[in-house]
Structure formats: C-alpha cells, structure tokens
Write a protein that binds this ligand. Structure first.
Ligand SMILES: Cc1cc2nc3c(=O)[nH]c(=O)nc-3n(C[C@H](O)[C@H](O)[C@H](O)COP(=O)(O)O)c2cc1C
Length: 313
C-alpha cells in the first residue's frame, strides 16, 4: 500500500508538506496546482511552489514531491511539464478535479471532465513531453454534474498514456460534501491496467479500511484527514493516533518555519486554518483556536502554544 499526501492549494504548502513528511508514513506528496494559462513559467515559479526541487524533489525528511499542473492548453502544459522535469520534478500530475469557479471559468480543473477529447489531448501532449521513465499521472473527480462519463474519462486518460490515476470519489457538484462514493471507483480500478488511487473522505483508520475494501485499490490519497490527524498515515500503518500534546509540539514547530511569503500574516492565518482542520479530530483544538483567534503575530500565538504545552507537561 502507498499513502499519498493530496494536493491542497492554499493549505499543503512546502512548510506543511515538510512538517507532515517529518511526522511520516507518506510515500509521496503532490504540490498545490500550478495554473498554466499563458506562459511557460520561469524557474523561480516552479521553485516557489516546489522548493523541494532543490533537494532532489524531496522534503528534508525524504518524502518525494511531484509537481501538479492545471490548465487546458495541451501544448502549453507540455512545455511547462518539460520545464518542471528539467528542474527535477520526478514526474507530472495533472489536475482534472478542481471545482473552483475562477479555475473552471478559465477552462481548468473539473470542467475538463465534460470534454473527454481535451483530457486525452492534454495527457498525450504531456506524456510526449516527459521522458518515458518518469510518471505522468492525473487526478480526476467522478464527473462534473454527474458521474456518467467517469469510466469514459478514466479510460481516455489511461489510453493517452497516464501512468496512474487518482480518483476523488465525488463530482464537481458534490463539492466536498460527504459521502465520497468509494464504490464508484471499483469498476474503474478493475477496468484500467494502470494503478488507480482512491481519494476522498478518509479521516481515520476505519474509513481507510472501508475505502480499500470498497474500491479494491491498494493505494490511498488523503488531504484534509492529514491536517485533522497529523499522523494519519502512520495510524493507517498501525500506530496510535497522536496525542494532543504532540500535536501542540508540531504546531509550535510549524511556527519555526521560514517561508517565502509575507511572514507577518503567514503563521497567524495558516495556524488558525490548521486548527480548523484539527478540531474535527481533537476537541482541544477548538479551545486553542478560541484562545488564538484574535492574535495577529507569530510570537503571540507561539507564546500561547508554549504555555499550553507547559500546562500539559
Ligand atoms: C483547500 C483545498 C485545496 C485543494 N487543492 C487541490 C489542488 O491544488 N489540486 C488538486 O488536485 N486537488 C485539490 N484539492 C482536492 C484534494 O486534493 C482532495 O481531492 C479532496 O480534498 C478530497 O480528499 P480528502 O477528503 O482526503 O480531503 C483541494 C482540496 C481542498 C479542501
């Protein structure tokens, strides 16, 4: 079984990827999507999204990271894929699942699921541009309004040369509302000769087991569950869920990261965002969130976390 850290734009950035990689259990992470619409990006853009490129495309803890591209122009995607590969990305993932209005309006993400031909052209162009020994993978939802074209789209993605396919078991219209329809992945996984990775609504060990059972897949991709229970990958591999005290230590650790964006707002915003996910798994996270929600600086939040750590010790 492989466990893959899902791409999450605005959430799973290089710092959090590194942190979750240190907690461990993950085989691979996919970057936040890089939206390709007009140009071949200069190197610094790829390095901003994926600083791991400068470390052999691995986090410091050794978790491999693959770049994800989003767009609808096959040639431009292929040229950007070539750049990403030249900079060291160990493959390319293609986004056919993003539900965001702005992205869909400019013909990217899930809207492409309405047009099997364009999916095929994109995968083929990128496959032709990437050396054969490196994977070109795709991530799709079951469909846009409904899942009628799920099989047709998946087969087209495979026939165009994709090496593996992650399926988020919901349509665009389903958004992120539970449930995820894991059973709908099974016939696709059975029909395709390539590896199919199951994704959607896995928050704990029991759900991971049921998802494996209902999809017949051997690999899982997790997004929000990794933020809610930071050692979820290890929980799936047999460890106990991390204690709140350990979570607090990791929240503190997170404050130590230097990031390339505005440091003033980064940690206050992102730590509150992370606590929003953590509270689905730890009631203590809600209490901490209430304590820090009006704080505006990294230091003030860090101090509150430190005093919480001391209280537990
Ligand atoms: C805030 C957020 C950002 C996301 N960004 C991306 C992205 O950049 N690329 C992508 O393919 N999927 C993206 N997704 C979808 C996730 O990768 C995943 O498919 C979805 O959250 C379902 O899995 P989960 O239930 O394990 O979270 C995003 C989801 C969320 C909630």
């Amino acid at each position: 079984m492989r466990l893959i850290l899902a791409p999450m734009e605005g959430v799973l950035d290089p710092a959090l990827r590194d942190l979750l990689g240190r907690i461990g259990g993950w085989d691979l992470a996919i970057t936040e999507f890089i939206r390709v619409s007009k140009t071949v990006f200069p190197d610094h853009v790829f390095h901003r999204f994926c600083p791991e490129l400068q470390n052999n495309a691995k986090t410091l803890s050794g978790m491999p990271v693959r770049i994800q591209l989003l767009g609808s122009d096959p040639e431009l995607l292929a040229l950007n894929a070539q750049r990403a590969i030249a900079l060291g990305s160990p493959g390319i993932d293609l986004n056919f699942g993003c539900p965001a209005k702005t992205v869909n309006r400019s013909m990217g993400g899930a809207i492409l699921l309405k047009d099997t031909k364009i999916l095929s052209e994109i995968v083929k162009a990128v496959r032709d541009a990437v050396p054969q020994h490196l994977p070109v993978t795709a991530k799709m939802r079951l469909g846009y309004e409904d899942d009628k074209k799920a099989m047709e789209n998946a087969v087209a993605i495979y026939e165009a040369g994709a090496s593996e396919l992650a399926i988020h078991a919901r349509t665009k219209v389903d958004g992120y509302r539970p449930p995820a329809y894991w059973k709908k992945i099974k016939p696709i996984a059975e029909a395709l000769p390539i590896n199919v990775i199951a994704n959607g609504e896995i928050w704990n060990l029991e759900q991971a087991k049921r998802c494996l059972e209902q999809t017949g897949c051997s690999d899982l991709m997790l997004g929000r569950g990794a933020l809610a229970t930071p050692n979820i990958a290890k929980v799936i591999l047999g460890e106990d869920k991390m204690q709140w005290k350990t979570v607090l230590n990791w929240l503190y650790e997170y404050s130590q990261y230097e990031v390339s964006v505005d440091m003033k707002t980064y940690y206050p915003n992102r730590s509150k965002q992370w606590l929003g996910f953590l509270k689905t798994s730890y009631p203590e996270a809600q209490i901490l969130f209430d304590e820090i929600k009006r704080e505006k600086t990294r230091d003030s939040i860090k101090n509150i976390i430190e005093s919480n750590i001391e209280k537990i010790a």
